[in-house]
Design a protein around this ligand. Sequence first.
Ligand code: PGA
Length: 253
Amino acid sequence: MSARRPFVAANWKMNKTIEETEAFLGDFLPRVAGVEGTEIVICPPYLALKSVVETCVQSRVEVAAQNMHQEAEGAFTGEVSAPMLRELGVGWVVLGHSERRTYFCETDDALAEKLPAALDAGLGPILCVGETESQREAGATEDVLRRQVEIDLAAVPDERLSDVVIAYEPVWAIGTGRTATAEQAEQAIGFIRALVASRSAEAAAAIRVVYGGSVKPDNARELLERDEIDGGLVGGASLDPEGFAAIVAAAGP
Ligand code: PGA
């Protein structure tokens, strides 16, 4: 682990009702009450945000939304804005998850507007980037990462880059049980950090770049103990309080 503060987030996707969320937190919060240093974030569906914020207020656990619109308000039926999330006490927002890019037409151009909008409103963006299996097989991984990182962060000023968390999530590893090896993850994350360094060496040293894609309690330590890997974005394995607490523990010293 580096001097950067470890960051571990639970991406619940479209899982858990408010009732199920409360049951999770009742079990999970005592398990992580003694954790120091590691930043822990839960990303529930929108409708559970308020109750998670209220339940976690006395804990060190922070809360993220899974998406937002780039405009603060307006005629965008079905959307939610950054100021609305801030009003609830939400601190973070996941942007550019591959499921949103694939199923909901999320584009890099929209992300280029969402990143500064989130920061301006006081939200920390968790920006997801990563290549598909065919892109990796075609040797295009670095081209894909370069394009995503360059476009998505283009409108973020250099001095704010380190307020972003980047999640390297190879699409072929998400929900498949096929975790990237620690070497593959470290290599891609090193490349992402070098892209940030081409804009600001200071930001590159400070920005957290985490890994996501089939992180489980039994592979978390091997991944998270690597110097380059500053934490994890965890999907399926974060739905279980005991398992997610074990992953949080693996990110610590
Ligand atoms: P997974 O999902 O851990 O279920 O692979 C990770 C993610 O999509 O963020």
